[in-house]
Write a protein that binds this ligand. Sequence first.
Ligand code: CTP
Length: 406
Amino acid sequence: MGERRILLIVGGGIAAYKSLELVRLLAAENVRTRAILTAAGAQFVTPLSLGALTQDKVYRDLFDLTDEAEMGHIELSRQADLVVVAPATADLMARAANGLANDLATTALLATDKPVMMAPAMNVRMWEHAATQRNLAQLKADGVTFVGPDDGAMACGEFGPGRMAEPAAIRDAVMAFYAHRGVGAGVAATGARPLQGRRILVTAGPTIEPIDPVRFLSNRSSGKQGFAIAAELAKLGADVRLVAGPVGLDNPSGVTVTRVETAAQMLGACQAALPADAAVCVAAVADWRPAAVAATKLKKTKTGLPAITLAENPDILATLSAPGPNRPRLVVGFAAETDDVEAHARAKLARKGCDWIVANDVSGDVMGGDANEVAIVTAAGVERWPRAPKGAVAARLAHAIAAALA
Ligand code: CTP
């Protein structure tokens, strides 16, 4: 493979500082970055720091004749394999969506013959505004791919979607682009939909195991991480079959959802969704169920407390991992642990027979919370990912799955 090179357009937003980290992460993957810094972007990061990290000249003005003599703006836009806009502000998105070319950044976006990837960053109201959503739809229709934005607290003090995706997630999207370059044609070749044509089964949420018509055993799983993973896999083009226990979350767009209650129902729905190229078991399946479900509500009696005998539930992950004609090529399990996280995860990998375990430390506020810190445990070793919003963890995992199935 020849030298890998991207053109990074740094727009004007607080998130611009994260783009410096992105350059560093890409360099570690042997991807060279050449940067265009917009006038607004230069209010947040200096050309000097960006230039030091890219080890290259930072391009800024459209009418700099010296620049034009050294490298015309057309050439600048075409020398890279991929154009990445991070942060992509509401203004940059609007100008790009409308084909404006009133500075170097938008001129490069208009002149390029290479795929474009954007990592939006803006205030939540600006993101949700009809005008931005219109521009987003237009850019997508034009073939631009998107990473993020993430949900979370914003620099402006508000909360919601609009935070730029973490640099690691953007790096993963760039690496997925390289992994899938040359596969298929058109949009697929841009790396936008590397999971096109793949079916992926995802389990999420808790299961509930009835004791009687009004009571049940369950756990605190919110389903957020599993739903986020299903959504990210769908964004990459996968035919996602999400089997979900009872959670208060809407169906992610483009995902086929089967809602179930018990572990037995979840297993049945999973088996009905096979064959699949990959399975991602995120559900917190109840390990036990009451051996018998009372047909009528149990009543308080003077004779003592009701004894509930438990029976073991089927292990869905182990069942899906068992060798056989329907075994997905890649089976991913989750391990929620409060201590000795990696050791337990490694043991679980062997015991369940799956290919990867995503180990997360739930000793803090992970259950029901919006952030997650995970380590990916495989036969080959352990990869620790930094604490990130569940959406960013999901995006990174989706790209890792796309790369593994490539
Ligand atoms: N899992 C499953 N079916 C079960 C139990 C677990 O599919 N009946 C899956 C979960 O979706 C997750 C993984 O197995 O991907 C780990 O689940 P966990 O409950 O943490 O593992 P256990 O087997 O219960 O191990 P331990 O009791 O040591 O935590």
